[in-house]
Design a protein around this ligand. Structure first.
Ligand code: MN
Length: 292
């Protein structure tokens, strides 16, 4: 068992403000999986390069048991982070992986995959998140890529204040995440903040950033962000990062990235730059050419 390093909290002198607090929309997807769409389509431009964040969490098997049978994707990446539960991934590129509690699955759909995501449990809690990260136009037709990371393989550290940090993507306090991406520079942290702690993270001011609170409540620059809410952080060129304060025990996702500033055209599971490319994706899928 490796021990996690203890690192001094990053010093932030000009923290970002909260621009908006968002509740998300209850919906269902796949074969009837109940979930909350936290990052919805109208926010794709504001939160470029992120296209979607779904939160799922239930102890009622009827809410998740059917999972997500075979379906296609093209043009972006999906990042699934399992807090609790077991889900089996299989895709047309030959990748297979069992995602278990605390694990992450990173799939680059590129020019196309058909995959399934099926729960491997008939009872108990299934809780987690799926984030969609856009690809730049020049990489949308790249070869598919897949990796999964068990909980024990994810980089972690603890700040001297006592905040436990899992670095899924990007870099925090000098610790490199499981995945890095040049074009979008995604930062994806899971933070466990004990009551009375503060967490600081440096962040380029032009990067779009949001915090999703999934346990407890936090304050960001004096604004309260309750459980099951997403705070969109303002982009202000004078800022150097963000500060998160927890008066009670809290768990949050901190997600940030460099905007692509390209046109975003989505049709269901396909996200491209133009309508023409969407028509090609739909035609390729209908004609069995998605994977060619
Ligand atoms: Mn999928």
């Amino acid at each position: 068992m490796k021990t996690n390093p203890v690192l001094p909290n990053e010093q932030i002198s000009q923290p970002r403000q909260v621009e908006q607090v968002v509740a998300g929309k209850a919906t269902s997807d796949g074969a009837g999986v109940k979930l909350t769409r936290v990052l919805t389509q109208p926010l794709q431009r504001r939160l470029d390069p992120f296209l979607m964040l779904d939160a799922f969490g239930s102890d009622n098997p009827d809410d998740y048991i059917a999972g997500f049978p075979d379906h296609p994707h093209r043009g972006f990446e999906t990042v699934t982070y399992m807090i609790s539960g077991r889900m089996l991934h299989r895709d047309s590129a030959g990748h297979e992986g069992l995602l278990e509690s605390g694990g992450v699955q990173w799939m680059t759909a590129g020019r196309g995959v058909i995959h399934s995501e099926i729960p491997q449990q008939e009872e108990g809690v299934m809780e987690g998140f799926q984030l969609w990260l856009n690809l730049p136009g020049r990489e949308k037709m790249s070869a598919p890529w897949y990796r999964d990371f068990a909980a024990a393989d994810l980089p972690r550290f603890v700040t001297d204040a006592g905040v436990a940090v899992t670095v899924i993507a990007g870099e925090s306090h000098g610790v490199a995440g499981a995945v890095t991406r040049d074009a979008t520079a995604p930062l994806y942290l899971d933070l466990h903040l004990p009551a009375g702690t503060r967490f600081g993270q440096r962040l380029p001011p032009e990067h779009n950033a949001f915090v999703y609170v999934y346990r407890g409540e936090v304050a960001i620059a004096g604004s309260a962000v309750p459980a099951l809410r997403m705070a969109i952080l303002a982009n202000d060129p004078r800022t150097d990062g963000l500060l998160i304060d927890a008066a009670m025990d809290a768990r949050v996702l901190l997600i940030a990235g460099k905007p692509l500033n390209e046109p975003i055209v989505q049709h269901g599971p396909f996200v491209m730059n133009t309508e023409k490319e969407i028509h090609e994706a739909v035609n390729d899928f209908r004609n069995g050419r998605l994977l060619a």
